[in-house]
Design a protein around this ligand. Structure first.
Ligand code: HEC
Ligand code: HEC
Length: 325
């Protein structure tokens, strides 16, 4: 008892410190009503019926060549720059974004992937907002009526059912991340950053009013991106493209699903693994780590967070690739 008492006494200052630390972290996520209204309907992102996900015209939909796997959820990605501003290229990765840039990613499932008329279930809308040079972030959880979404900082698990493209019923425990989880993936060199809109991942053909156009050219045409020769940007391929080599496919998949943590600036920068697409194979530390990579992939231990089911089709192909090295 006595020693217990002493322990408590000794730890008391630590508790106090932790309390203030926790409070400080909490403060950081006290987003102002002006930047992050508590209701999504007040955020001026979607017009008309909220669940139609029809953005106001200042929000431009964009696509990524290779995207993050999130338990088969569908995603809508939107970007808005303040009127009269544009993104400026630095290199192949993130451009400079103007102050006030807002990026929104909404996660949903088709009730039946074979038939859109059966409707969808929207889970959350995540927002990144550039203010005073820092990216503020938050997510809105949709209600079950799909009439409103509310700012949520504490995370939540939701059971979702859907029928896949082969007509097979599926269920998953979909995770809405808490604020710490956002930073685990988004923090690069200690700062939260966007992860998707890197020039080499925006470099793909997209459909614009029925004709195909390179998305970077499209952005330049509408004034969203400064002018430069897009052929100087090295593209990341879409890992879903069946024409790719095993190596291209695997490296693109690892970039999109692991590279945000496994790079010299990411959360696991203390490890040698660098799983970004353009890092030459001999510098990735993949060679020599094949068996631990396969083990972590097949056991579902990696990715560390963000999924609750194995992306079987790709885990199998990557395993084959790793075994071939
Ligand atoms: C498991 C890792 C992971 C977690 C956790 C995560 N994100 Fe992301 N997020 C990504 C990746 C990777 C992308 C880009 C790829 C994509 O969109 O497919 C992305 C994209 C986004 C985008 C679109 C702009 C961009 O960065 O590409 C927003 C907005 C966003 N996340 C916000 C959040 C917020 C807010 C949270 C926490 C509630 C969060 N994310 C949690 C990995 C994560
Ligand atoms: C959200 C961040 C995050 C993501 C995403 C992520 N990892 Fe990790 N990974 C870590 C952390 C942190 C560790 C170290 C702790 C541990 O070993 O569990 C780690 C460890 C590993 C290790 C062990 C390395 C060693 O030297 O022992 C391997 C292999 C690995 N990850 C592979 C992957 C693969 C493959 C993916 C993508 C499918 C992935 N990781 C996605 C954060 C992440």
């Amino acid at each position: 008892m006595l020693s217990n008492y002493h322990k408590q006494k000794n730890y008391f200052p630590l508790f106090i410190l932790f309390f203030f630390f926790a409070q400080a972290c909490q403060k950081e996520h006290e987003l102002s009503e002006e930047d992050f209204p508590s209701k999504l309907s007040a955020a001026n992102i979607f017009s008309g019926t909220l669940s139609d996900l029809a953005p106001y015209s200042d929000y431009i939909p964009y696509e990524l060549a290779s995207e993050l796997f999130s338990d088969y959820a569908e995603k809508q990605r939107l970007i808005k720059l303040p009127a009269g501003t544009q993104m400026t290229k630095i290199n192949d990765v993130l451009p400079i974004f103007p102050e006030g840039t807002s990026i929104v990613k909404t996660f949903y499932y088709w009730n039946d992937k074979r038939d859109a008329s059966k409707g969808k279930r929207i889970l959350e809308s995540r927002v990144l907002l550039l203010k005073n040079g820092s990216w503020l972030y938050g997510t809105y959880q949709w209600n079950s009526d799909q009439t409103e979404a509310y700012l949520l900082t504490s995370g939540s698990d939701q059971l979702v059912n859907w029928v896949d493209e082969d007509g097979i019923p599926n269920a998953t425990s979909y995770r809405i991340p808490n604020m710490t989880e956002c930073t685990t993936c988004h923090q690069q060199s200690m700062h939260v950053k966007p992860l998707g809109p890197k020039l080499h991942n925006l470099h793909l053909l997209v459909n614009n009013n029925g004709s195909l156009i390179n998305q970077l050219t499209y952005f330049q045409n509408i004034g969203l991106m400064n002018n430069f020769d897009i052929s100087t940007i090295s593209a990341i391929p879409n890992y879903k493209d069946s024409n790719l080599t095993k190596e291209q496919k695997s490296r693109a998949y690892l970039d999109a699903n692991c590279g945000h943590c496994h790079n010299p600036h990411g959360t696991s920068n203390d490890l040698e693994l660098d799983l970004r697409y353009h890092t030459p194979l001999e510098n990735t530390a993949i060679l020599g780590s094949q068996s631990v990579l396969i083990e972590r992939l097949e056991s579902g231990q990696m990715p560390l967070i963000g999924t609750s089911v194995l992306d079987r089709a790709y885990v199998q192909q990557i395993t084959q690739y790793l075994n071939s090295l």
